[in-house]
Design a protein. Structure first.
Length: 136
């Protein structure tokens, strides 16, 4: 059960981390096709663009290449945006918290849960001695 709890808590921590992470994806598009993709830095130019930068006048290549940037923003969790909790809500949670904790406690056997509320019966005398049944 502890293994399940640790896996679940690690999964939730990973979800929080990934939801607050922002990423930039750069694409270099040449003649309508994606030539290179880069994450977190600029995409590499294609061979035609490097050939045009070498100093030759190529009017055919003008406007065929473009760079596209996609930014994926994460959530910013800000504590200052939280609403204050009213005294009625506080008293509700204080009253309900022990019951919630009792519901979510994991016991190893269901038999233990059924017998936990009952007291054992009172035994007036030892049955083994009364029947005189002893294992030898």
């Amino acid at each position: 059960m502890n293994t399940l709890k640790s896996i679940f808590s690690a999964l939730l921590a990973l979800v929080v981390l990934l939801s607050s992470f922002s990423v930039t994806i750069d694409k270099h598009i040449c003649m309508g096709r994606v030539q290179s993709v880069a994450i977190l830095h600029d995409a590499a130019p294609c061979a035609m663009e490097m050939f045009a930068e070498s100093g030759q006048n190529l009017s055919i290549l003008e406007g065929c290449c473009r760079d596209e940037q996609t930014k994926i923003e994460g959530n910013d969790y800000q504590v200052k945006n939280l609403k204050p909790v009213s005294p009625e809500q506080q008293s509700f949670w204080v009253a309900a918290l022990p019951r919630v904790i009792e519901v979510f406690t994991f016991e190893k056997s269901s038999e233990h849960l059924a017998l936990r509320k009952h007291k054992p019966p009172l035994i007036e005398q030892d049955v083994l001695v009364f029947v005189q049944s002893f294992l030898i």
